[in-house]
Write a protein that binds this ligand. Sequence first.
Ligand code: AMP
Length: 427
Amino acid sequence: MIKAVRGTRDLLPPQTDVWNFVDSTAREVFRLYNFHEIRTPVFEETQLFARSVGEETDIVSKEMYTWEDRGRAASDKGQSLTLRPENTAGVVRAYIEHKLWDRPGVQKLYYIGPQFRRERPQKGRYRQFYQIGAEIIGPPTAGSESPARDAEILEMLATLLDRLGIANWTLELNSVGCPNDRPRYYEALKEALKPVVGQMCEDCQRRATTNPLRVFDCKVPEDQPIIEKLPRISDYLDEPCRKHFAELQEILKSLDVPFTINDRLVRGLDYYTRTAFEFTHGALGAQNAILGGGRYDGLSESLGGPKAPGIGFAIGEDRVVLTLEETQGSKSAPPDVYIAPLGSGMDREVAKLGRELRTAGIIVELGDETFRLKKSLETASKLGARFALIVGENEMNTNQFAVKNLATGEQISVARSELPARITGAK
Ligand code: AMP
């Protein structure tokens, strides 16, 4: 038997109803903050991720699904392509490619879609997973660098989680500085690593020389006491970074968005500058991050674009759905009415009646003329329909239909023209 590939899964009803609820709530909230949707391809040139996310990150060095294209045109041959492991790089590529900086103000873009990483699958961690993300990006003259944009994003996330019914989240916040304060910090970090790096894991030994900030991504338990003692980036921020971070905190306080500072939080992607954040939730166990994000003021330039500071986030939709299921359970949405055709020739009549009722906004499930009444009523009950509507020769002739309330067993006779009002009135 062929099964879904390890780390991928089928999303089935009624769970998909929860997914749709999350999607539509996100779209509604994004509109309130004047975001618009962007859809980028699910695969891109490998170089895009190597240059933005960073060669030394776990994502690029271990987790990408990469292949060499076998296109017919000479230009396609041998091109290295990758299934997107995240969507910010694609959005910024599109921003540059379509010169979106020419449009007025900042660009406020959101996306919803699958991402792919070859991670070890476990609860809340999959190889195909879904992210809902948003980005604010634009020229500095449009205000894209302001901490007010960071606050807008974080307040929007608090609103979205509230609307989804996710309570008890924690917002962890840090500033990871900028290219101006990184050299000083890296020097201190390398110095502190020198005497201890020999005791660390192989990855950390390599990171210590190539990209010391990535040492903080290490999950090896034995390395944690060493990492705990390393210098903190918060002690090395330059004045503008310090001021930016302080202002963000002030705005969040005035908006009543609660947060805690976590000066170990660096997030596993190289493009982050200044603000970095994560929302966590207790119901998720080990994989407790529901979403993460941060500022990426140099990303556009590093991809050959103009100066375009930005900030964004990605919500792990799989984890949001898990949290909702764990805290609220999932139930299937039943039809309003089950129409039971009685006897041959009635499928046609029932199709017409179904069309009328659906036009009136009623959710209709149709039976089959080969079913006996008992089978129809049992099916209607199992589906959780509120009413069964019985349609036989007799009903067609008199234009009066038997409407049975499946919860109470009560049955009334209703004229055809009255059906939509009776059924919706009882909703
Ligand atoms: P990242 O793109 O690594 O910053 O991750 C942002 C969010 O995506 C995380 O907080 C998770 O909620 C979610 N996420 C990342 N990787 C996975 C995965 N393999 N499976 C499920 N969700 C993931």
